[in-house]
Write a protein that binds this ligand. Structure first.
Ligand SMILES: *[C@@H]1O[C@H](CO)[C@@H](O)[C@H](O)[C@H]1NC(C)=O
Ligand SMILES: *[C@@H]1O[C@H](CO)[C@@H](O)[C@H](O)[C@H]1NC(C)=O
Ligand SMILES: [Zn+2]
Length: 669
């Protein structure tokens, strides 16, 4: 046969692809001659229709096939031994049931193509393209390339060429199943599956969601966890991937403690909801997305989640544990190095406390002390810090579980021994308002609810972090003291790992709060600081008289300042420019942020050196990881792991004692 060269390992480049090209009878490629091989006419054979007899393909809509198949396998045995069939047999497991049986049936239509009247029929390109559109993300979710043999252009043909639809029967069955259900099926856009999602399911769902709403959504990774999992963000904006002048940016972070999981699920649902509702023309959602850039990181600690989920699963399997036990479990709270990420940020609050008596000290943009880098910095913490410094976030919420309350900075007590003590920031009034925005819009948080753990209803469902209990190195304090972002911590309920049946209720209770909170970023004031020629000034300071906390302008001179209603005196300043001052009155009920722009004149004399030499030097804000401590630390930790990481986790399914490994499954991008 012409295909013996399939076995010639020495010239295997693009092994599988080449097999296909060279073995597809009766073509004779010029390359064959180039490689010194002879191109024989295939031995005249009389292929006949035969029974399919391959277990993973036994539910096709037809019963007869023919060899050689579309890939050039000469016999059923050869097809069965190939990596293509192996993939089809494990795809259900690898993809967690996603896109099944569609992908499998599609693959079978190439591996055991339909045969009628001793003629082979080819599957339709349009079917292949539809499956690829909806399932490519499932493969991306597990870092697998789209299988070469499902290449729609190569192995599938058009209507005109007499194709058949290999998924035809499947569609009929699905429609029948739908029709037999009692309720009226909802528009498919709005169907959210209220279940838990594994890390790979989550990532693939986020990518799929972004693909469904490409005009308003995109995904990006801010880094990797200890075990190499992507920290995947889904973004919504009318111009995804770009900061627009004066458009405020907001972030939601879930699952920082891996065993606190409701927030993670809510954020996954929220992403789907935003995409669907925008497409359905929901005016409120369109307005929100048209005017806001929203970043959602459902899981900051995917490694911890995996541990926690496995433990809960184990308990469920034994069926002898009470659901309430979940709360006492802390497995998966930390990351894979067992670092509590909400204690792992630079403790700038202590610095703020130690310097607050200096009259010129301002509690913002405090540099990270070099000493921080000598400690253990988790890769998840590092990724989030870099993220915070790269985007001009205005507002943020960090979702936890175990209580039902919104806590706001400071988290570190000003009490010298760290005892519980009310420890407000200079923006106490603003933070209270932000916290109330969520709590009041939540179904039960601010009321006298019956939840056994809810001790905060009497105080409106909000609490100053340090008054509750003091922590150092928390994320919300870091946001406030190092960046322009105001972050609060939302505790979503008593149960850290609720039963799956409770996820829908959780969504109902929080949906309005999630939306209202995002909308509230359009409060206070915003504007642009420019020079006289209209060029934006980056890094100009916006100060409010009486509040020792400045906001700085972003790349193009735009800024956002969350403030409460009332009269405020604002100052804009920048090195090399004279100051400008404005008095503004902010009415109590404003639908959007008041616009206050500043034009700064070049200073004629020397720049106003505001250095107060009584304040000990703090280093500069620009210094981030100055000696590459973190990088070095990570590369040491990773030296062995790199080798393991080289191949994805599912590779072991395909590495066999002999025979070729399907390197076409590895992504090359
Ligand atoms: C949002 O923007 C899109 C695209 O520009 C536009 O079609 C839509 O009408 C806008 N919706 C609202 C409510 O502003
Ligand atoms: C909650 O209970 C307290 C005392 O029992 C009461 O003073 C308060 O008005 C109640 N608040 C709400 C929102 O029902
Ligand atoms: Zn927590």
């Amino acid at each position: 046969m012409a295909c013996i060269r399939r076995k010639m390992k020495t010239i295997v480049f693009l092994h599988v692809l080449s097999t296909v090209v060279w073995c597809a009878p009766p073509r004779c490629d010029p390359e064959d001659d180039f490689l010194g091989r002879f191109c024989k006419e295939p031995v005249p054979e009389k292929p006949k229709c035969m029974d399919i007899m391959m277990s993973y393909c036994d539910d096709m809509s037809y019963t007869h096939t023919m060899f050689p198949n579309i890939l050039g396998h000469r016999t059923r045995e050869e097809a069965e031994l190939g990596p293509e069939y192996l993939l089809l047999s494990v795809a259900d497991t690898l993809l967690n049931g996603q896109c099944m049986p569609d992908v499998r049936l599609l693959g079978c239509s190439v591996l055991v193509p339909r045969c009628e009247k001793e003629k082979m029929l080819k599957p339709c390109r349009s079917t292949c393209e539809a499956v690829r559109r909806s399932c490519q993300h499932a493969f991306e979710g597990i870092d697998m390339a789209w299988p070469y043999f499902l290449d729609c252009d190569r192995f599938f043909v058009s209507d005109q060429e007499g194709c058949y639809d290999p998924l035809e029967d499947l569609r009929v069955t699905q429609e029948e199943a739908q029709a037999s259900l009692d309720f009226v099926p909802q528009d498919h856009h709005t169907v959210i599956q209220f279940s838990y999602h594994s890390n790979s399911q989550m990532n693939s769902l986020l990518k799929k969601t972004a693909a469904r709403c490409p005009d308003i959504s995109t995904t990006y990774s801010i880094g990797r966890s200890v075990e190499g999992k992507d920290l995947l963000v889904i973004e919504f904006s009318n111009n995804p991937g770009v900061h627009e002048l004066l458009e405020p940016e907001i972030k939601y972070i879930g699952n920082m403690h891996g065993n606190e999981v409701l927030g993670r699920q809510l954020l996954i649902y929220l992403a789907q909801y935003l995409c669907s509702e925008y497409q359905l023309g929901n005016h409120r959602i369109q307005t929100l997305i048209n005017t806001t850039r929203i970043h959602i990181l459902p899981s900051m600690n995917p490694d911890g989640y995996e541990l926690a989920a496995a433990e809960v699963q184990g308990a469920n399997d034994h069926e002898n544990e009470e659901a309430s036990y979940y709360n006492s479990w802390t497995l998966g709270r930390g990351n894979a190095q067992n670092i509590d990420l909400n204690r792992n940020f630079p403790d700038l609050t202590n610095i703020a406390y130690s310097r607050r008596r200096h009259s010129r000290f301002r509690s913002d943009h405090i540099p990270i002390p070099d000493s921080y880098w000598f400690g253990k910095v988790a890769p998840e913490t590092y990724a989030v810090m870099k993220w915070l410094r790269s985007i001009p976030f205005v507002l943020s919420a960090n979702f936890h579980g175990g209580e039902l309350v919104v806590s706001y900075p400071f988290d570190l007590s000003k009490h010298p021994q760290g005892q519980k003590m009310f420890s407000p920031t200079p923006d106490e009034q603003v933070f209270k308002q932000i916290a109330r925005t969520y709590a009041n819009a939540h179904a039960t948080m601010s009321g006298n609810n019956s939840e056994s753990c809810g001790n905060f209803g009497g105080q409106g469902g909000i609490v100053n972090g340090a008054q509750w209990y003091s922590i150092a190195g928390g994320m919300q304090d870091f946001n406030y003291l190092h960046t322009n972002c105001f972050e609060v911590t939302v505790e979503l309920g008593c149960d850290k790992f609720p039963a799956e049946e409770e996820l829908y209720t959780g969504w109902q209770d929080n949906k309005e709060a999630l939306l209202t909170f995002m909308e509230s970023v359009h409060r206070g004031i915003k504007g642009v600081v420019t020079d006289v020629d209209g060029n934006g000034i980056k890094g100009a300071r916006i100060s409010i008289k009486g509040v020792r906390h400045d906001i700085t302008t972003a790349e193009n001179g735009d800024y956002w300042r969350l403030i409460t209603a009332g009269t405020h005196i604002l100052t804009a300043s920048a090195p090399g420019y004279t100051k400008a001052m404005k008095k503004v009155r902010l009415p109590a009920r404003m639908q959007k942020a008041g616009r206050v722009d500043f034009v700064l004149q070049k200073a004629v004399d020397k720049p106003d050196l505001e250095e107060d030499f009584n304040i000990p030097s703090m280093g500069t804000y620009e210094r981030f990881d100055p000696y590459n401590h973190y990088e070095r630390y990570v590369s040491e930790q990773n030296q062995n792991r790199e080798e393991r990481l080289e191949k994805p986790w599912w590779w072991s399914y395909f590495s066999r004692a002999h025979g070729s490994s399907p390197t076409w499954l590895l992504r090359t991008d």
